[in-house]
Design a binder for this molecule. Structure first.
Ligand code: GTP
Ligand code: MG
Length: 324
């Protein structure tokens, strides 16, 4: 791993190493999912207080964790330094990489949305391979944490994609830490407890495919919308913070709804409302073209212009004409 990626490793190796922290507090923190100094550094005082840790103690331990990671106010020039740690992960498809100006960024959330069969899960599979490549090949030299809410992950498909990128099929599987989420609550809990797994496995990419399906099927009716959005908000914040703390890319997929106000056009919008819209830094809409052609359109980005590119789903994976 390069030195830059180490930047985010905290000075203290374990919670026990933090100054003035007792075993009872450590146990409590672990119980609520803060098992590493890195994740504690991005925690909120209220979260710890809600779990029964005194406010003064909560402030103290978060402060210590943050100090050891240098998460504090920074000047603009320092921010540039921190941004230097942002890496780009190749999608393995040249046209899509071009649309994204090199690939998917670490430390932020990237959302792929589109109707069934548009290629969201296929792309997730391919990213499981590319993240394992060396940095010279556009990879992040790490593994992937894959949270699957629809039970559509297929190891065989991953093995089929691996050779194009020079990976042995069996090796490609070893770089995937997989969990199926059975409910929205399970999905949330999995992420809340992921920090140690991320650290131990050198995870450089977190995938949630798909982020909304459980939330949509469980929270039915208007009166459930507010509690749903509250839970979703918590879930996405956790994802965001893990991605920052461990310098990983974070990819979510999402379904679409037909826009009620677009009677004459075929306009669709991603599900999840404003919460998801605010949290996703980059949003890419995938739509079907003729036969195996798919169009990827960048619809939101903090720095890039909108645009669209074609790509194709083949037995080798997702590729564009430039890849031959
Ligand atoms: P939902 O999860 O249902 O919303 O759809 P999705 O956007 O995740 O679609 P997915 O990524 O599963 O894309 C499915 C498309 O990929 C279908 O059109 C399949 O035909 C195609 N596909 C899947 N596996 C292969 C394969 O091995 N070879 C080829 N050529 N195409 C494949
Ligand atoms: Mg899918």
């Amino acid at each position: 791993m390069s030195e830059d990626l180490e930047y985010y490793k905290a000075k203290y190796k374990t919670l026990e190493d933090l100054p003035d922290i007792g075993p009872a507090t450590v146990a409590k923190l672990k119980e609520i999912g803060f098992k590493t100094v890195e994740s504690l550094g991005t925690a909120a005082v209220a979260e710890l207080v809600a779990a029964g840790i005194g406010e003064a103690m909560a402030e103290k331990v978060i402060e210590a964790a943050r100090k050891s990671m240098a998460i504090t106010f920074v000047r603009g020039d320092e921010l540039v330094e921190i941004r230097k740690n942002v890496r780009k992960l190749t999608t393995g498809c040249s046209s899509l990489d071009r649309l994204l100006n090199g690939g998917i960024e670490t430390q932020s959330l990237t959302e792929f949305y589109g109707e069934f069969g548009s290629g969201k899960s296929q792309l997730c599979h391919q990213l499981c391979v590319t993240v394992q490549l060396g940095e010279a090949q556009g990879g992040l030299n790490g593994s992937v944490l894959y949270i699957d809410t629809e039970a559509t992950f297929r190891p065989e498909r991953l093995m089929q994609m691996a050779p194009r990128f020079g990976l042995k099929p069996e090796d490609a599987l070893k770089g995937v830490v997989y969990a199926e989420a059975y409910t929205s609550n399970h999905q949330t809990v999995l992420l809340e407890n992921a920090d140690e797994v991320i650290k131990e496995n050198n995870v450089r990419l977190i995938i949630v495919d798909s982020v909304m399906s459980h939330f949509r099927s469980e929270y039915l009716g208007r009166e459930m919308l507010a509690p749903r959005q509250q839970q979703l908000n918590k879930h996405l914040h956790k994802l965001m913070r893990l991605s920052r703390a461990f310098n990983t890319a974070a990819v979510i997929t999402n379904q679409v709804l037909a826009s009620p106000d677009a009677f004459f056009s075929k306009a669709v919008s991603p599900t999840g409302g404003h919460i998801l819209g605010h949290m996703s830094h980059s949003r890419i809409f995938l739509r079907k073209g003729r036969s195996n052609v798919r169009i990827a359109k960048l619809t939101a980005s903090p720095s890039l212009p909108e645009g669209e590119v074609p790509m194709r789903i083949t037995e080798r994976g997702i590729e564009s004409d430039e890849d031959f």
